[in-house]
Ligand binder design. Structure first.
Ligand code: FDA
Length: 299
């Protein structure tokens, strides 16, 4: 990343919220469930699957956690009613993990049960390393209790990930977005890639269903080679991308016969998600500088 980009990334929290909102608009369906439904309908018409995320994380009250869970039940009902080809993605801190494991477990179970009845899949997003143990524990407990419409996420950035992969059977594999200390995470991009490739190999070797969630061409090429080597049918894996990122590459994958699922966030709690996406955008410095200059010129 260029020096200017790194500086802007550090300064992002100081950028006015309305600038962040405007720049992050392509990554978010909009504030309401209607917006998410509209985007998912379009994606489905293009032959793409979706996973809907209700924005909201690190909630501070039981009421806020229950409200987010209610929003998920509404999403599940809409997916069923509109016959959308979509799953949901949930963040455990949104369901109250920091307020109590049992509270979070109870809410997740209700969401997963509601989804099961409607034939919908639930993926638990992976948050920072402070929550990795609890997330994997909750996932394993619910799977052991027979909840099969549930999957989890592994982050190649974490040194522990290859070991964590053992025995998991429905995994989204990504690099990992959270900044983690060197002792527990690779900070060299090539090491992260190597961990991604090795974990993908291990998961496919043990017969896991893998969602390959990356926009990194080197990793997409490696995944394509690995599934080809094994002669896997397109139902045995999928690619995943974020809304607003490399959509033309996504279309190519669909045209080549692969399943592609797009992560579709919506809601009013857009700030934390937006900052993370902007920090990854290779052209963020130019976008932010351009926006600020335009605003100055208008004054
Ligand atoms: P990388 O960041 O190297 O990006 C490769 C290329 O993609 C870039 O060079 C650029 O061209 C393009 N690109 C990437 N991000 C962009 C952006 N924001 N704007 C414009 N271009 C961009 N993480 C996590 O910790 N927990 C999770 O649960 C999830 N869930 C998840 C779901 C899905 C469907 C995806 C695709 C990703 C996640 N992630 C995640 C995020 C993931 O960990 C990672 O931070 C991002 O995918 C970026 O990493 P890449 O592998 O795409 O490579």
């Amino acid at each position: 990343m260029a020096l200017l980009d790194r500086a802007i990334v550090r300064l992002l929290p100081a950028v006015p919220r309305d600038v962040v909102r405007r720049l992050a608009a392509p990554y978010i369906a909009g504030p309401s469930l209607e917006d998410a439904v509209r985007v998912v309908r379009r994606l489905n018409a293009e032959g793409k699957l979706a996973t809907i995320d209700v924005l909201g994380e690190e909630v501070r009250s039981v009421e806020a956690a229950r409200e987010l869970a209610r929003a998920y039940h509404q999403v599940l009902a809409r997916i069923e009613r509109e016959r959308l080809d979509a799953s949901v993605s949930v963040k455990l801190t949104g369901l109250g993990l920091e307020l109590g494991y049992d509270l979070c477990r109870e809410q997740l179970e209700q969401v997963v049960e509601d989804a099961r009845v409607r034939g919908i899949f639930v993926r638990i997003d992976m948050e920072s390393s402070a929550f990795t143990d609890a997330t994997l524990r909750l996932y394993r407990e619910l799977r052991a209790a027979g909840r099969e419409n549930l999957g989890v996420v592994l982050q190649a950035r974490l040194r522990r990930t290859l070991a964590d992969a053992a025995g998991l059977d429905n995994v989204r594999l990504c690099k990992g977005i959270y900044l983690e200390p060197r002792e527990i995470a690779y900070d060299d991009e090539e090491e992260v890639r190597e961990s991604f490739r090795a974990t993908l190999r291990a998961l496919l070797d043990q017969g896991s269903y893998v969602a390959v969630a990356t926009h990194d061409e080197a990793l997409i090429a490696d995944a394509l080679a690995q599934v080809r080597e094994r002669g896997l049918s397109p139902e045995a894996y999928e690619f995943q991308m974020l809304l607003g990122v490399r959509s033309a590459r996504g279309e190519e994958l669909v045209r080549a016969g692969h399943r592609l699922r797009v992560y579709v966030p919506f809601g009013t709690e857009w700030y934390a998600y937006s900052v993370r996406r902007l920090q990854e955008n290779p052209r963020i410095a130019g976008h932010v500088a351009g926006d600020v200059l335009r605003r100055l010129a208008r004054r």
